[in-house]
Write a protein that binds this ligand. Structure first.
Ligand SMILES: [Fe+2]
Length: 482
């Protein structure tokens, strides 16, 4: 399925712009003027503060939103653990730190993950890989979701563990959040911050990828010498407007699911959680159309590091300046014009871990088709695990002509890159049954030796060594093998 950028937005209404203070009211006058917490809120609403950072976080990092709603979110029955056999349970709960994650240095690649016609959103969240611990608010989790049916209309889900960065690969997600509605299509992404309650519905099976960020928040990367525009432009991010339901019938027909410390809980409540009539603040969900990304690249020789394609970045100050606990990077359609250059990515070992997925089309550095890097599949090149173009890609790219060429047309590959070593869950390694056992055997073991020793720099061939020619003990002068 080729991926094409959207030229128009969908039919929901949005507030444009990345970050900053926003406000929205579904009923005129629902936001109090000046006071955040008046003795009586307009129209008999309750106010509630939703804090996404510590109260005292610096101004430019502070994320707090005031909600004006029909009933406060605290009004629900006790949470109970969701039994593992429930059709709503998490299929692969977050492993406890140091346990169950398989940290292995092999390069991993997965065939496309299956659709699951029977699952709804929550049950379809398959934790594939991760690092750290949501209880310590450190690290991240990577999920594959594949749901066949919508969440029940009177249900809502939130994760106390982190922010969800959702990357749909197939099917449109209709997401009703407390703060408003988002339609998220393949080639778009959405971020739903920690704690915000939402319901996911869809008219066809859906499938995609999620990065859950246990620490910090995504921000736009600095642009440095690129200047004030480029890559993902701030104005193209879209935040929903306030939109609410009136359902406070009194019977406990609403089910609220919470992912809390990696485990799932549910509680009943007698009113809809989607009753926010107005809100203002800096903590809210948003979406972005990847087709609007403005790539920058080389116009002479070589190509810049793939960080040039960063859409969003969540810094980890503990790991040093410029280091991210999670970068979201895309490989969009673009022109390659560099002369005398090996144009695919170079061979690489990285202290950062690289988890890649493919939304559609084919990625220019890897063979496509069955057994290759396919849409809805994935790969993981962990800390210091070597990777790069496969044999066929190398041979083609190092021998072909180099006219200006458009690559990635109709395609969108992406990378979740992290400074953390990623572990793989049992589901990711075994249960899903999608790991390509011969990934390395097909990709890099067949790489040919092109090395030819220059005549003037004669060293010892293996045969000469065996014949004793040039043995240092007989005093002959030879160069060491370099
Ligand atoms: Fe790499």
């Amino acid at each position: 399925m080729p991926v094409t950028p959207f030229k128009v937005t969908d039919n929901y209404r949005y507030l444009n712009g990345f970050g900053g203070y926003k406000e929205s009211e579904a009923v005129d006058g629902a936001l109090p003027l000046a006071a955040n917490s008046p003795q009586k809120c307009p129209y008999g609403l309750y106010n509630e503060k939703l804090s996404g950072t510590a109260f005292t976080a610096p101004r430019d990092e502070n994320k707090q939103t005031w909600l004006y709603r029909i009933l406060p979110s605290a009004s629900h029955q006790n949470f109970q653990p969701v039994p593992a056999e429930s059709s709503q349970s998490l299929t692969s709960p977050t492993p406890e730190f140091g346990k169950h994650f398989n940290a292995i240095p092999n390069q991993l690649r997965w065939d496309p993950f299956d659709f699951d016609e029977k699952s709804t959103w929550i049950h379809s969240l398959h934790l594939v890989a991760g690092a750290g611990d949501p209880q310590m608010k450190q690290g991240l989790g990577i999920y594959i979701y594949a749901a066949g049916t919508s969440m029940p209309e009177k249900s809502a889900f939130y994760s106390a563990d982190g922010d969800f960065l959702i990357v749909p690969q197939h099917g449109t997600l209709d997401i009703r959040t407390e703060l408003g509605r988002l339609l998220v299509r393949p080639n778009e992404i959405a971020v739903i911050p920690r704690g915000i309650r939402y319901n996911v519905s869809h008219t066809e099976p859906v499938r995609g990828y999620i990065l859950e960020l246990y620490q910090g928040a995504f921000q736009l990367p600095e642009l440095g010498p690129i200047g004030s525009n480029g890559l993902a432009n701030a104005r193209d991010f879209q935040t929903p407007v306030a939109d609410f339901i009136e359902d406070f019938s009194g019977d406990n027909t609403w089910t609220l699911y919470a992912k809390f410390g990696g485990n799932l809980f549910s509680a009943q409540q007698n009113h809809t959680p989607f009753d926010v009539v107005a809100w203002h603040g800096t903590f809210y969900p948003y979406k972005y159309d990847l087709g609007r990304f403005n790539p920058v690249g080389s116009i002479s020789y070589d190509h810049p590091d793939p960080s040039i394609f960063t859409v969003l970045s969540a810094p980890s100050h503990a790991h040093g300046h410029g280091t991210a606990v999670a970068d979201f990077v895309i490989f969009p359609p673009r022109w390659l014009v560099a002369e005398n250059t090996f144009r695919p990515p170079w061979y690489h070992r990285n202290t950062m871990s690289e988890f890649m997925g493919l939304i559609g089309g084919s990625y220019d550095a890897k063979g496509a088709g069955k057994g290759g890097f396919q849409p809805a599949g994935a790969s993981l090149h962990n800390t210091m695990s070597g990777h790069g173009p496969d044999m066929q890609t190398f041979e083609k790219a190092s021998n072909g002509d180099l006219p200006p060429a458009k690559v990635g047309e109709g395609s969108m590959a992406f990378m979740f890159e992290s400074c953390l070593m990623l572990g793989v869950t049992e589901w990711g390694l075994k249960t899903c049954a999608k790991v390509q056992e011969s990934y390395n055997e097909h990709s890099w073991e067949p790489l040919k030796v092109h090395w030819k020793r220059p005549e003037s720099e004669r060293g010892l061939s293996g045969r000469e060594k065996r014949n004793g020619v040039g043995d240092a003990r007989d005093g002959s002068s030879v160069h060491d093998i370099k």
